[in-house]
Design a protein around this ligand. Structure first.
Ligand SMILES: [Zn+2]
Length: 487
């Protein structure tokens, strides 16, 4: 008996020792040194705010129905940029791609250096008529009040377009002389998928054989209180994004009057298929969470590291915890969301055609085709036709041991050393996905503070950005562009 107790005790002690050793040694501090020379810069705040406000006045709305496209709003926006940023227009060449997207090119002294591309998009989502009254200030008035800039597009993402242009204009006013070529690209239809804007811009570059040292688009932000294992602010920089596909399930049936129905109508067959797909979620993987944790791990508690550092033992538990929350579950797997269904147009007529749409957000490692194949197998019913209606594969994952990622991280930390920088995978889509054809190093980050509160403003009522964040974004781009220009 005594022997058993002793050996159990020894086992527990050595297990604890292994767990603790891994927790203590596995996660090194991967934070880069803050960039040197990040100083205050001479922003003319009044003029910078006026420009942002003017940009918000122009309703560059993307509609799902592309026939509602408002060409004049976009040409007005182009004209506004021309007036507001004269030095950029004198020094950089401007190309209009597919009529409404813009590419600025500032030439560097050394053509042997690969250029750097900064991206944003000019379009915004619409304001629904029924919510227009709920806005504190009208959505397109560009009001600046109480230290805040209000309006549709403040956050997503005229914030990026205008901050970039302000930074460039300031650099040129100081006679900055680039060694390396710098490009800006602003798409005009990101909010409806980017196929007319960003996709065409990427082709425009590919046709000329241009490859970029790195590309920076919107995506990540400086999160505060969103990653609950770290007390310090965490700047998440997107290195990949999920794919997207709408899978249609369709059942054709004879129809007829509902007074003499078969055992199962087309809608009944369809419903069973939906339930089978929903009951079998995609497998969960910790790869993306782990990549992120490599960078934040050293700044988490010992207990967190004890679990994350010993996945040989705890991965089922970690997965269970993360899957319990839809927000984190989406980082672990391809998500399944049945969103649309249609049957008969009348209560007493059997449907001749029943159709459902299931929207999947695809994790890296899977494709539109593998998702469709899995649905076919799960449904396992020849009466149900499975087809992919609209979709794109997940992006590749950009490396983090590059000059570009290092520059971005060092500049973020140069703004505030307290910030921890970490890569992550976006759950949504951005224009950046098109640019893997012209660069291996595609990143997504905006210098703004994201909290649970600010995130709900994007695409929402009372979209807004603090003036302080806007000025900080100009500083960030100023310093990042300045360093990117250097050899
Ligand atoms: Zn956006």
């Amino acid at each position: 008996m005594k022997k058993i107790i002793v050996s159990t005790l020894l086992f527990v002690i050595s297990l604890l020792a292994i767990l603790s050793y891994r927790a203590a040694t596995l996660y090194h501090d991967l934070q880069v040194e803050p960039a040197a020379g990040i100083t205050e810069i001479g922003i003319d705040e009044e003029s910078a705010l006026q420009h942002f406000s003017d940009a918000l006045n122009i309703p560059t709305i993307s509609h799902d129905d592309r026939s509602n496209f408002d060409a004049e709003a976009f040409t007005d926006f182009h004209a506004f940029l021309q007036t507001a940023y004269p030095l950029t227009h004198q020094n950089a060449s401007l190309s209009v791609v597919n009529d409404y997207s813009l590419v600025y090119h500032l030439r560097g002294a050394d053509p042997s250096l690969e250029p750097v591309l900064f991206m944003s998009h000019m379009d915004v989502v619409p304001v629904e008529d029924i919510t227009a009254d709920e806005w504190t200030y009208p959505a397109f008035d560009g009001v600046v009040a109480d230290g805040t800039i209000w309006g549709r597009g403040t956050l997503d993402v005229k914030f990026g377009v205008i901050s970039l242009m302000e930074a460039m204009e300031l650099l040129l006013s100081e006679n900055a002389r680039p060694q390396r070529d710098i490009y800006f690209a602003f798409g005009h239809d990101e909010e409806v998928g980017g196929s007319d804007g960003a996709a065409k811009i990427a082709e425009y570059f590919a046709d000329q054989g241009i490859r970029f040292d790195f590309v920076l688009d919107e995506g990540g932000a400086v999160t505060e209180g969103l990653i609950n294992t770290v007390e310090r602010p965490v700047a998440v920089v997107g290195v990949s994004e999920k794919g997207y596909v709408n899978i249609a399930l369709t059942v054709e049936a004879p129809g007829g009057h509902s007074s003499a129905p078969p055992d199962q109508t087309g809608l009944g067959i369809l419903s069973r298929a939906i339930v089978r797909v929903e009951d079998n979620p995609f497998p969960a993987h910790l790869a993306h969470i782990n990549q992120n944790f490599e960078f934040i791990g050293a700044h988490t508690s010992f207990v967190t590291r004890l679990f994350m550092g010993n996945q040989w033992l705890f991965s089922p538990l970690i997965k269970k915890m993360l899957l319990a929350e839809p927000g984190t579950a989406a980082s672990l797997r391809t998500t399944t969301a049945a969103t649309m269904v249609s049957g008969s147009p009348k209560a007493n007529i059997l449907p001749t055609r029943a159709k459902a749409i299931i929207n999947f957000r695809i994790l890296t490692g899977e494709t539109v085709e593998t998702v469709k194949q899995r649905v076919v197998e799960l449904v396992d019913d020849e009466r149900v036709l499975v087809s992919a209606e609209y979709g794109n594969n997940p992006s590749e994952t950009s490396p983090v041991d590059t000059r570009g990622f290092g520059l971005i991280a060092a500049t973020i930390r140069g703004m505030d050393e307290d910030i921890v920088v970490a890569p992550y995978m976006l759950q949504g889509g951005t224009d950046a996905k098109y640019f893997y054809a012209v660069s291996d190093n595609v990143y997504r980050f905006l210098m703004f503070r994201a909290t649970a509160k600010t995130l709900k403003y994007a695409h929402g009522i009372d979209e807004q950005v603090p003036v302080a964040d806007y000025l900080q974004a100009i500083r960030f781009y100023y310093h990042l562009i300045r360093q990117s220009m250097a050899a």
